[in-house]
Design a protein around this ligand. Structure first.
Ligand code: SF4
Ligand code: SF4
Ligand code: SF4
Length: 262
């Protein structure tokens, strides 16, 4: 199966919140507020809609909407820094997370060039949370929930190669409507979430300074220099995590025992 991707087109987005609501429902995540524009990425929110006041090439000002979600990098830094292989880039496109392997070191959060992964700070058994590109749906040939819900074709799902052609066609047909670049084509080595915009991407809060090559190559160079720190650190953190988890389990068992004795 070809690698899948999402294309978001900020010239078409109406900020209606359908993608946000569909994501909440798909992932059974609670809502912190009723207004999607006021929410932010969190352990319960894998995508948000942002409103930006922008100025186009003709100096016209307007308010436009964009989305934030995991970019599903082609060569993800979160995968390359994870010491236990809890993050995985699938051939199908989604970057997946295995909570059973995770030791809670949070290197992935530090390494992500888009500041996406979030941590369940309030949980006794915390996990890393982020969009997994609706992997179960995609595996079964369905589009992601956010793409299916979008009434304006602002978020569409498909083969990455085809989405790039669609993006190019949209830009060629209406050159006056688009900033002439596809964000995600090359950034950090390319991503499986692509963006079109009427204005330069820095106006939408995207970093204009990301390298065009894969970032794991850079992190690997750094990691090569500190192998002992990383491996010993990983084992240490793993041990600490296991001890804390075990302590909680023992405390729960004791509580159960106490309650049974009553
Ligand atoms: S955006 Fe961040 S979390 Fe998502 S794949 Fe890329 S590095 Fe990993
Ligand atoms: S918190 Fe650490 S172990 Fe868990 S996925 Fe992130 S890098 Fe891997
Ligand atoms: S792909 Fe799925 S998990 Fe990711 S933002 Fe869209 S609905 Fe949410």
């Amino acid at each position: 199966m070809n690698a899948k991707a999402l294309l978001f087109d900020a010239t078409l987005c109406q900020g209606c919140g359908a993608c946000y609501n569909a994501c909440k429902e798909q992932n059974k995540n609670s809502k912190a507020c009723d207004d999607p524009l006021k929410d932010h990425l969190s352990a319960d929110t894998y995508t948000v809609i942002e409103q930006h006041h922008v100025v186009d090439a003709n100096k016209n000002q307007s308010d436009i909407f964009t989305r934030r979600l995991c970019m599903h990098c082609i060569e993800p830094t979160c995968v390359s820094v994870c010491p236990v292989g809890a993050m995985e880039k699938t051939k199908l496109g989604p970057v997946l997370y295995d909570a059973d392997k995770c030791i809670g070191c949070r290197y992935c959060m530090q390494a992500c060039p888009y500041q996406v992964p979030r941590y369940e700070w309030k949980s006794v058994n915390p996990k890393v949370k982020k969009c997994i590109m609706c992997h179960d749906r995609v595996k079964n040939g369905q589009p992601t929930a956010c793409a299916e819900a979008c009434p304006a074709e602002a978020t569409i799902f498909g083969d990455r190669d085809e989405l790039i052609q669609i993006a190019k066609k949209r830009m060629a047909e209406k050159p006056e409507a688009y900033y002439p670049e596809i964000y995600g084509l090359k950034e950090a080595g390319g991503t499986s979430v692509l963006f079109l915009s009427p204005v330069s991407f820095d106006q939408l809060g995207f970093s204009p300074n990301l390298p065009k090559g894969p970032m794991p190559l850079l992190t690997n160079k750094v990691m090569e220099k500190i192998p002992t720190v990383v491996s010993v650190g990983g084992v240490f953190l793993g041990s600490m995590y296991w001890l804390t988890k075990r302590k909680n389990e023992i405390a729960k068992e004791q509580m159960k025992g106490n309650n049974n004795e009553k």
